[in-house]
Design a binder for this molecule. Structure first.
Ligand code: GLN
Length: 479
């Protein structure tokens, strides 16, 4: 039997087995994780708050995740539990309902262990825009964990969680997963219900799993995926058994290598790690084929028009009337203005300004409508590519983790860290980030595998085989 001191380092698969065999009780996991958190979270700061021990289920409900603790990004609504999106404006806001993903997790027997830090309203790539202060990268606490799901990635990497959920609008699951050396999946748009996810860019957002292994990721997606009548954009396609599909060999698989993703600005250690990863796939019987995604260079510009437009309209409801804080003022108009001035941080204000600008009459056609047209071209690039190949591999981030403070004064540099992740949100395609090495400073490197729509099973298979053939998922930060 495992020592209770080791329980925090269990994968989801191991934890499920341990509880099923009755070797370990759900409360043992809770206590082991709390102990781990007490020992290290003052240095990582992945978490905002925790469930009480009374929340831990006493007995199995027979579900796949019975007794399993889940860590949740703080933009996913939890009934009776403060949900702030790491923003001052939502301080004290307690949702009266659970997000659909939370309901599904609970039906599978799991419970929510803790809420994770994030960039305010998921605006950012470093978790530095959180009103609660930054999260630190467990591999080196002078560096950012990535963002916006930085808390969710850091807690999994530092063994302060068994697994976590994040959200991804332009890379916010994959980029922190890459910078922290864990596995992060952005599912196909519509695969997972967004009901109860505080919206950032409604046509881009997806909730997805952040885990220690590919198998864990497949297990968790199987629980949270599926049609939801409460989300009109959720897909009715049946949910396959992702775990069963994992073992199907990948011999003969064609993997595309898009030349537009191997540009000059990418760090040599990242390029090298990707080349090595391609060799691993070849040794597993897959072939690598150069392809072109010709509209890639427009992705950042298109994204920052579409995402800010949607964000500015989604954030209009935070005005001090129904949610969170309310400024004291004489008139209704001043209540709105002062609440929003006090409540939103700098990056949120910048996004609201940009979004309102591109949607304003006179500019709508020049910016928003044009961006939507280019978005279609970006999507068509992927549709064409998947006529030739099964999957596409790219770096997740052009660099490894950067130092805290390094990009905060230069938003364009910060936005460029998403250069490889945002096209898949614009296209709606499923994509995973998995670990594939370390740079000379010992900071993690990850890469992406993009699949055709609803082809998560193929992504998982290739990622699983890669993981089994490489040592990276077993390496742990010394924190
Ligand atoms: N970093 C990107 C942004 O700042 C993506 C964020 C996200 O995926 N939520 O918008």
């Amino acid at each position: 039997m495992a020592q209770s001191t080791e329980l925090h380092s269990f994968t989801l698969d191991e934890a499920v087995q341990a509880i099923k065999s009755k070797k370990t009780k759900p409360l043992d996991f809770y206590q082991a994780l709390r102990k781990r958190v007490d020992a290290i979270d003052s240095r990582v700061r992945a978490y905002l708050n925790f469930a009480e021990p009374a929340a831990v289920p006493q007995s199995s409900n027979g579900g796949l995740l019975s007794g399993i603790p889940i860590s949740l990004k703080d933009n996913i609504s939890t009934e009776g539990w403060e949900t702030t999106c790491a923003s001052q404006i939502l301080k004290g806001y307690v949702p009266p309902y659970d997000a659909t993903v939370v309901r599904k997790l609970k039906e599978a027997g799991a419970y929510i262990f803790a809420k994770c830090n994030m960039d305010e309203f998921a605006f950012g790539s470093s978790t530095e825009t959180s009103a609660k202060g930054p999260t630190f990268n467990p591999w080196n606490t002078a560096y950012v964990p990535g963002g916006s799901s930085g808390g969710s990635a850091a807690c999994v990497a530092a063994d302060e969680a068994i697994c976590a959920l994040g959200s991804d609008t332009g890379g916010s699951i994959r980029q922190p997963a890459s910078l922290c050396s864990v596995v992060g999946l952005k599912p196909t748009y519509g695969r997972v219900s967004r009901y109860g996810l505080v919206a950032f860019g409604s046509s881009l957002d997806q909730i997805g799993p952040i885990t220690k292994t590919v198998k864990d990721n497949a297990m968790l997606l199987g629980v949270i995926a599926g049609h939801d009548p409460r989300d009109s954009t959720s897909a009715s396609a049946p949910v396959p058994d992702y775990v069963k599909e994992l073992e199907r060999p990948i011999k003969g698989m064609k993997i595309g290598w898009p030349k537009e993703y191997f540009i000059d600005g990418i760090e040599p250690s990242v390029r090298h790690a990707l080349q090595e990863a391609a060799e691993v796939f070849k040794s597993l019987g897959a072939s690598i084929q150069e392809i072109s995604l010709p509209h890639t260079s427009y992705a950042i510009a298109v994204y920052y028009v579409v995402a800010t437009a949607e964000a500015s309209s989604n954030l209009a409801m935070f005005d001090g009337v129904r949610f969170g804080i309310r400024a004291k003022a004489e008139t209704l108009r001043d209540v709105y203005l002062e609440t929003r001035d006090l409540g939103f941080g700098r990056e949120a204000k910048r996004r609201i300004l940009m979004g309102t600008f591109v949607l304003s009459s006179g500019y709508y056609d020049a910016y928003y409508r044009r961006a939507q047209k280019v978005r279609t071209l970006i999507k068509d690039d992927f549709v064409q590519a998947f006529k030739q190949v099964d999957l596409i591999m790219t770096p997740t981030s052009p660099t490894t983790a950067f130092k805290l403070g390094e990009k905060m004064e230069d938003p364009i540099q910060m936005y460029l860290s998403d250069i490889f992740t945002i096209s898949m949100n614009l296209a709606g395609a499923p994509v995973i980030s998995i670990p594939c090495g370390f740079d000379p400073k010992g900071l993690p490197i990850g890469f992406q595998l993009v699949g055709n729509y609803f082809d998560e099973p193929k992504i998982f298979r290739a990622a699983h085989y890669f993981e089994q053939a490489t040592p990276f998922h077993k390496m742990k930060p010394k924190i």
